[in-house]
Design a protein around this ligand. Structure first.
Ligand SMILES: [Zn+2]
Length: 444
């Protein structure tokens, strides 16, 4: 059976995920509907947010997880007239309204009644699926379409999607997590697929293991303690922030304050706490031992903008060591920018990157030129980088090459066709080579 898949994003890059599965002339499904970021956004320029394809056949949107590069175009999908359900996992259904509320306020309107009306629409469309259970979208003689979500271990609620169209099984990996991700169980390979659409973000490299990561996190903290400086961590509000808090609860043992300066990240952390049933076993062990992995005593949250400015000033001038987690993750906007402006020029501080920095973002520039004392432009002004710049891999929540190969190798019935998406050409080429050693699938 010929089932064409069109990619409306994240084909040659890693942002703007949006794939359309054409069942027949009148029926199709969308898998994710995200925005482009960094240089990829500039390349797509005006169509960055517009839905520039025909959606008349789209019967449902399936959301693999709630990162903005997978869901950020939903407001425009609705504006374009999409009337179908938004299908996602149960935890994603809790997280998604908050993500979309933020996206709506940033790009469309902050007017309360509009935001509320919009959120009502979203909630009325949400279909929360339990993991591991088939859900029938359509069941007629010519068209039987069923979907099932499986845990992807990338962020809470993340899923890979199995779709049965008549007798053909298509699997969309979404973003796959690494094993040993704090709070989350590792993804298990699917039983079978005829066609596999596989992400390849880290298709050309392997991560440090969790023990090494923790040691390096500790080293950055020791450096800050010695110099009476701040460890500044740009992090996305969902996923990485909570993983880091989980690690800090163990590593710090109360010796340093951890400042979560992002109201959005604080709200997500609150929902993460409510979603305890979806945490992994290790996290449940900590709970049983009476610990509070995401709500420990020396965790401070900064809410108002005034308090934020005070905190920046306090940490930049006082010489009281601390750890700050603030967004945005690639330093493109948000509160982290104020910290960077105040601290980049001071060698006592550490900027610690824990996630992927897309080409063209200030984060990538700091990461690249910081170690040579280069400069970065923020809001049109140059800032020389004297602070120490470090990168720790593995907290990015993506499987590495070994993990991706294991995902395919572990399948009982290997796919005839593997389509690599969500990665640079280099990452895809390298992953293709590695996969060719273990499967005979047609890889494109
Ligand atoms: Zn993601």
């Amino acid at each position: 059976m010929n089932i064409p898949i069109q990619h409306h994003g994240a084909k040659d890059g890693v942002t703007g995920s949006c794939h359309q599965l054409h069942i027949d002339e009148y029926h199709s499904l969308l898998i994710d509907c995200g925005i482009f970021q960094g240089n990829e956004a500039n390349e797509h320029n005006t169509q960055q947010l517009d839905i520039n394809f025909d959606i008349s056949s789209v019967k449902a949107l399936i959301v693999t997880h709630v990162h903005i590069d997978h869901v950020g175009r939903i407001p425009w999908l609705l504006a374009a007239g999409f009337e179908g359900p938004i299908i996602c996992s149960q935890p994603s259904a809790k997280l998604l309204p908050l993500v979309l509320e933020d996206a709506f306020k940033l790009s469309i309107s902050r007017q309360k009644h509009l935001v509320e009306k919009y959120l009502k629409t979203i909630e009325s469309r949400l279909v929360a699926l339990p993991y591991k259970q088939w859900f029938t979208l359509k069941d007629t003689a010519e068209n039987s379409t069923k979907i099932r979500l499986q845990r992807a271990g990338h962020i809470l609620g993340s899923a890979y999607v199995e779709i049965n169209v008549n007798k053909t099984r298509i699997v969309f990996s979404g973003d796959l997590g690494a094993p040993h991700t704090p709070l989350l169980p590792a993804p298990k390979p699917p039983y079978k697929a005829d066609i596999l659409v596989l992400e390849s973000t880290y298709g050309d490299r392997n991560h440090e293991n969790r023990a090494t990561r923790k040691q390096r996190l500790k080293a950055a903290i020791d450096h800050a303690l010695e110099n009476q400086g701040t460890v500044l961590i740009p992090a996305f509000s969902i996923g990485r922030t909570q993983e880091l808090l989980y690690e800090f609860e163990e590593i710090l043992d109360g010796q340093l304050p951890v400042i979560l300066d992002s109201p959005l990240a604080s709200r997500f952390t609150q929902i993460y706490r409510e979603l305890k049933p979806f945490w992994n076993e290790e996290a449940h062990e900590r709970l049983k031992a009476g610990r509070k992995p995401l709500a420990f005593d020396n965790l401070l949250t900064v809410e108002s903008h005034d308090d934020h400015l005070k905190m920046v000033h306090h940490l930049a001038t006082s010489g009281r060591p601390a750890i700050v987690i603030s967004g945005s993750g690639m330093c493109t906007a948000g509160r982290i920018v104020n910290y960077l402006k105040a601290m980049l020029g001071d060698e006592r501080h550490d900027i610690l990157f824990v996630g992927y920095q897309a080409e063209g973002t200030p984060g990538r520039i700091i990461q690249q030129y910081g170690p040579r004392n280069g400069y970065v432009e923020l809001d049109g002004e140059r800032y020389t980088i004297k602070a120490k710049v470090d990168t720790i891999g593995g907290y990015s929540g993506h499987a590495d090459q070994n993990g991706l190969v294991r995902f395919v190798k572990g399948m009982r019935h290997k796919p005839n066709e593997i389509k690599l998406v969500h990665g640079s050409q280099k990452a895809k080429d390298s992953l293709k080579q590695a996969l060719q050693k273990v499967v005979k699938s047609n890889i494109s």
